[in-house]
Design a binder for this molecule. Structure first.
Ligand code: TRP
Length: 334
């Protein structure tokens, strides 16, 4: 809570290209919250450098992520859209929170364990303290709810623990945030290994459909999607993870229920079904892509938005950081 306002906050990394999993699991649902909450959506470029980035790519993706936010329906008049590194309070609060976060807690984070296995040659301290920067993001805005995919829930829970610990020592500092899974949000699985989450860092290009893939690419990827040796379009995530994942996707993009889909494809082979999933996905993404490309064509306008967003965000961030510094005993001379 900031004054009378309830706050919703979320972030997306500008690393890798965003997938339909990011779209359905998170971004598509972000606009729902602006009715009820004051909303902040951040492009978290400082989180992205916990793994090595090519500077030109990071910069381009930062613009692209902001443009995608808007293309997915976030109106910059109704939501504060901004870039993390442009608001210096994030890094400052992150340092402070590092001093209130335990080594053991960070060691238990599954994302840290996964990423350090994947980047064994670069297990840097930033990768380890990633969750304290994320906690700073959330707590700076006195956030009430954090819309995230299921994989980020553990980080939000750690953020709550840190905030509660801090409040115990310095009462009334932070609002305790709650993770919320989007109403229609869901976990989208890899097309190549349907028991694994679809991930933008997957090395197998056929496993992942990107929001910006063109129609032919989308249809080709769905044609190659791994299913099973059966022939029935039936929802059974245990026995038929591939087909069930495709059914979820079809349902998300068409608005049809699983039962309707089972009826629609009763007696059809997997080939026809996969083609239908590809088509409905390409149709649904077409307007998002068109809007994205027109936004990207005007860099100046995007930069003006970044500036406006950072100014809006700073107004809130400054207040919380000043409160924290005062409570801690840092000298404040105005
Ligand atoms: N860690 C999140 C992810 O990888 C991104 C993120 C950073 C975030 N800061 C956040 C999400 C604050 C919600 C709130 O998806």
């Amino acid at each position: 809570m900031f004054g009378e306002q309830k706050i919703a906050y979320s972030g997306v990394q500008p690393s890798g290209n965003l997938t339909i999993g990011n779209y359905l699991g998170a971004i598509r649902n972000f606009s729902e919250y602006s009715e009820k909450y004051k909303t902040f959506y951040c492009v978290v470029d400082q989180h992205a450098i916990t793994v090595r980035q090519v500077p030109a790519d990071l910069r381009r993706r930062t613009y692209e992520t902001l443009a995608l936010y808007m293309a997915c329906g976030l109106d910059p008049e109704k939501n504060t859209l901004y870039v993390q590194s442009m608001v210096h309070e994030h890094a400052e609060l992150a340092w402070i929170l590092n001093c209130f976060t335990m080594f053991g807690e960070l060691s238990r984070m599954t994302q840290f364990k996964d990423k350090s296995a994947r980047h064994a040659d670069n297990i840097n301290a930033g990768l380890f303290t990633y969750p304290t920067l994320m906690a700073a993001d959330i707590l700076l805005y006195q956030t009430d709810v954090v819309p995230v995919g299921i994989d980020q829930k553990q980080h939000v829970e750690l953020c709550r623990d840190i905030a509660e610990r801090f409040n115990q020592l310095y009462p009334g500092t932070f609002t305790i945030p709650e993770p919320i899974m989007a109403k229609h949000g869901m976990k989208i699985m890899s097309l190549a290994e349907p028991t694994k989450k679809m991930s933008k860092s997957d090395e197998n290009a056929n496993a992942v459909v990107y929001i910006l893939d063109d129609r032919d690419t989308i249809i080709r990827k769905f044609k190659r999607a791994v299913t099973d040796s059966g022939a029935e379009v039936r929802y059974d995530p245990e026995e038929k993870p591939g087909v069930s994942n495709l059914m979820s996707l079809y349902s998300c993009f068409s608005g049809k229920t699983i039962e309707e889909i089972e009826r629609e494809f009763d007696g059809c082979g997997y080939g026809d079904f996969k083609l239908a999933v590809g088509e409905v996905t390409a149709d649904a993404l077409a307007p998002v892509q068109a809007s994205f490309h027109s936004l990207m064509a005007d860099k100046g306008a995007l930069e003006a938005l970044m500036k406006k967003g950072a100014e809006e965000a700073s107004w809130y961030a400054r207040r919380t950081l000043a409160k924290v510094q005062k409570k801690l005993g840092f000298v404040q001379i105005r």
